[in-house]
Design a protein around this ligand. Structure first.
Ligand code: PHE
Length: 351
């Protein structure tokens, strides 16, 4: 029996030494120390031994068992360390490699126009305000001197949601809102950029487009103030040397009303395909606030006067950036939008 024990010790020591994996090591443990392991079986068979032999063999088996356990333990630690080293070697990270570039979105040209206009008008003391896109008939038309049944309502084909609510056809609705919201009836100087909607269905119009509205109400406001303001606006946006032309027109909420043309910035007024050979491009609607509108919204026309203007942001963006197809403004193709980033990149802080 002693021989058997020593043999087990010798074999297991060799096997442990040769062993290459934790799995193999576990098999060795089972082979010698497991429930049916060689040493376990020897221990079980001790009943057959004599009184004197039993403690001798018993302590020998336990000694060997402990030794094997110790060897297995040491080997396990060694294998684990080797495995870890292997893993560290294969998963090594090169911290000097350049990182992945985070792609940034691009600002939409219409948003660029809005930001530029807001900056310009804020610098002249205006507030930037907004109003609801789902508007009431009252604010979109009635409070702007356009009672129900007025023929001028046909100028703007509207999306009515109910008989009282519609998608606003013009940011002019915000004129009435600004006047009504001013309870003290003090002077007003606002611009309102925003989305507007009309039931246009031809190839050159979109059912949704952007407008910016301007409204100034104060004492002694005259056409000269409107002209000066629009000159600053147009020259800042489209070019310093441009000329403006005021053509008499009609809007129910202004009197007198004008359509404002700008000398063609492509041909300089000589006539080209952009200005349809006229040398002028129409860009704005404007006028002196109609006394009825002042009255209807709580301002005394004897005391106050004002001017208002409105223009399409999409057209402005197209003129400013030379965009020839309006659909490009609505399809959000990143390759298109990216082209407008150059200016931003020039101003970017470089690290
Ligand atoms: N709301 C008018 C339009 O959409 C433009 C306009 C605004 C005209 C303000 C006069 C004054 O056509």
């Amino acid at each position: 029996m002693k021989d058997q024990i020593n043999k087990a010790k010798e074999n297991s020591t060799k096997e442990i030494e040769r062993c290459k994996s934790l799995k193999e090591l576990n098999d060795i443990r089972v082979k010698y120390l497991g429930k049916k392991g060689e040493l376990t079986i020897i221990l079980r068979g001790m009943g057959a031994l004599s009184e004197e032999e039993r403690p001798v063999i018993g302590s020998l088996v336990n000694e060997v068992k402990e030794e094997i356990e110790k060897l297995i333990q040491e080997k396990a630690e060694q294998l684990e360390q080797e495995q870890l080293n292997e893993k560290l070697k294969s998963e090594v990270i090169d911290v000097t490699l350049p990182g992945k570039k985070v792609k940034r979105g691009s600002k939409h040209p219409v948003n660029r126009i809005i930001e530029e206009l807001e900056d310009l008008f804020v610098s002249m003391g205006y507030d930037v305000v907004s109003g609801p896109e789902l508007e009431t008939d009252e604010y979109c038309f009635e409070r702007l001197n356009l009672p129900k049944g007025h023929p001028a309502r046909d100028m703007q084909d509207s999306f009515y949601i109910t008989s009282e609510y519609l998608l606003r056809t013009q940011t002019s609705a915000v004129q009435a809102r600004a006047m009504m919201a001013n309870k003290e009836k003090t002077p007003i100087r606002i611009v309102c950029p925003g989305k507007t909607y009309r039931r246009d269905d031809d190839a050159t119009h979109s059912h949704q487009f952007g407008q910016i509205e301007g409204l100034v109400i104060d004492k002694n406001i005259s056409l000269a103030d409107l002209k000066g303001t629009l000159e600053i606006f147009v020259r800042k946006m489209l070019g310093d040397n441009l000329k403006l032309r005021f053509r008499p027109s009609y809007f129910p909420f202004t009197e007198p009303s004008y359509e404002v043309d700008v000398s063609c910035f492509k041909c300089g007024g000589k006539g080209c395909n952009l200005c349809k050979q006229t040398g002028w491009i129409e860009i704005l609607g404007a006028g002196i606030v109609h006394p009825n509108v002042l009255k209807m919204n709580g301002y005394d026309p004897e005391k106050y006067s004002g001017f208002a203007f409105g223009t399409g942001l999409d057209r402005l963006a197209m003129f400013k950036y030379g965009i020839t197809d309006i659909r490009l403004l609505y399809t959000n193709d990143v390759r298109f939008l990216k082209q407008f980033d150059r200016k931003d990149e020039e101003n970017e802080i470089k690290y």
